[in-house]
Write a protein that binds this ligand. Structure first.
Ligand code: MN
Length: 305
């Protein structure tokens, strides 16, 4: 039987859990941080950070995260990068998405161009991995960034997301959105060309290429894919901050509309908020707030029984 093991740090573990949100098993084994079943692959993550992939296709599923294997912390993560040595100093477009692991709120994708001359300014403004920033820092930095950076922000609100998701996997949806955002930014900065493009990796590059193969225009020239892209180039960190700001802002607006807090993530708190919305207006109301294909929908329905 195919089998692969990788070692992940805490934040990667959280990212993986969010990634497999729709496929989580209800009864993870003892000492497991989570367990998921995706097609024929069973994924078990332990609190030690060890993640075990078993079953047909295990290696290819693990390879999505393969770069994590060598990286227990930020300092060692740079060693496993396949990027050119001085890549962090290039003028590039970075892109990232937010909201894929959150039951409530939109899926947001942002691409942003950062000229190498602007890198010191971005550092000054506090741009770094958004996982190390508070929500209010993200909001204020994002507002600065959108005032001068060439960027494209695509926001798919839940209602639209749910209708697209019926005919398209989340992976394909993300790939198509990244490709569109990149086209927009390339057009904005034309005739200038970036030295490269870095997409924060969410699937195998070969899968990404397959996902955008039916698009009229495919941005693939000088495109790199890296996990932890935010730590590879500040353009990805900037794109990530803008995407997260848009996501948080939508959650705020949803909370105002609902009259109670619409939480981020996909935990018990989400189930409870979903149950309230279901009680008030059924699936059609919930579908204006949430990504209905997540397991939270069923859990909320259970809560109402
Ligand atoms: Mn990302």
């Amino acid at each position: 039987m195919s089998h692969a093991v990788i070692q992940a740090d805490k934040s990667s573990l959280a990212e993986m859990k969010a990634h497999y949100q729709e496929h989580l098993k209800n009864n993870p084994p003892q000492y497991a941080s989570f367990a998921a079943k995706l097609g024929k692959v069973t994924i078990t993550a332990y609190q030690s950070g060890k993640v075990v992939f078993q079953g047909e296709g295990a290696e290819s599923e693990a390879s999505k995260w393969g770069k994590l294997a060598a990286s227990d912390d930020e300092t060692s993560s740079s060693q496993s990068s396949s990027l050119p040595a001085d890549f962090a100093k290039w003028s590039i477009i970075g892109s990232d998405e937010v909201g894929t692991g959150s039951y409530f709120g939109p899926l947001t994708v942002c691409a942003a161009y950062v000229d190498k001359e602007q890198i010191p300014l971005l550092k000054e403004l506090g741009v770094k991995d958004s996982k190390n920033l508070t929500d209010s820092q993200i909001t204020s930095i994002a507002k600065d960034l959108i005032s001068f950076l060439p960027y494209s922000l695509l926001k798919v609100m839940p209602e639209k997301y749910n209708s697209i998701q019926r005919r398209m996997s989340q992976g394909k949806m993300k790939a198509v959105l990244h490709n569109q955002a990149l086209i927009h930014v390339l057009n904005k900065i034309n005739p200038k060309r970036p030295e490269a493009i870095l997409i924060d990796q969410f699937e195998l590059p070969s899968t990404y290429k397959k996902h955008i193969s039916d698009q009229d225009q495919q941005v693939l020239d000088q495109v790199y894919f890296e996990t932890k892209g935010e730590s590879r180039h500040i353009a990805v960190a900037a794109a990530s901050i803008i995407a997260r700001y848009a996501f948080l802002d939508s959650l705020d607006q949803m909370s105002q509309k609902a009259g109670f807090k619409i939480p981020s993530g996909a935990n018990k708190e989400a189930d409870i908020a979903a149950a309230k919305l279901l009680k008030k207006g059924g699936l059609s109301l919930l579908g204006q707030y949430a990504k209905l294909h997540f397991a939270n929908t069923e859990k909320a329905q259970e809560l109402l029984k």
